[in-house]
Design a binder for this molecule. Sequence first.
Ligand code: G1P
Length: 265
Amino acid sequence: MPRIKKCVIPAAGMGKRLYPLTRGQPKEMLPIMSKPVIHYVVSEAINSGIDEILIIVGAGKEAIINYFDRHKMDEELDINGEYDFPDIYFVRQKEQKGLADAISYARNFTGDEDFLVLLGDTIYQSFDSSTVTSHLLETYYRIAKPLIALEEIPYDDVINYGVVGGEETEPGILKINKFIEKPTKADAPSNLGITGIYILKSEIYDFIKVTEPGRNGEIQLTDSLNMMLTTQEIYGQRINGKRYDIGSLDLWVRTFMAFAKEKGY
Ligand code: G1P
């Protein structure tokens, strides 16, 4: 099983739920203590053994590119010692058409290799010394199937997430039989939400190509994954850690406060 070397970080969303805060700056550049959110995402990738990173940006996201130019990143990225600093590339999504469309821009970067996707607005704190992403990679190396990170969420929140249905094949691991983006409580096949770590195979690009706009008029990765289920098995794994999404004001404030509290503020 070849090692996963490449990570794609979509950071092209407009951050509308955070307006006016993100009208002039990317949500991925909002601070969590002394570092912007994207810094934590890149650290997660590096500390999970990734060699090359592609960040998908869009209009108004230049600050992300500048950030990675200007810093002595090796020192600041909390690299756990054994990893080299990766190459970071950028590509610009032409139009804001949704997560799957953004990921389709990574096709040349990933080629035929299996690859990791980490969302640019979501950060993790592992319950042990290895990263949340590393736990997923370990499972992927064992089962050799696409794998999606999951987390139990309150049924009242399923409307904000991609949600899956499936059967547990071993503790914490699910063979997925359905993906649905932001369902109503009544339509949700479970309360297992997609947290934003995906280990994907290059076949996903063919499904993205034929995915129609779905929830909110956007080309949703969840819909592409649902189509891919017709040709291959996809698994989900509950994360072994805490997930922080900064996509809305209350979530960002909560994340900031949790990190501040940890530092003794
Ligand atoms: C995206 C995905 C969704 C996932 C979520 C996690 O939604 O489409 O499936 O559950 O990220 O944060 P967004 O938050 O961009 O609306």
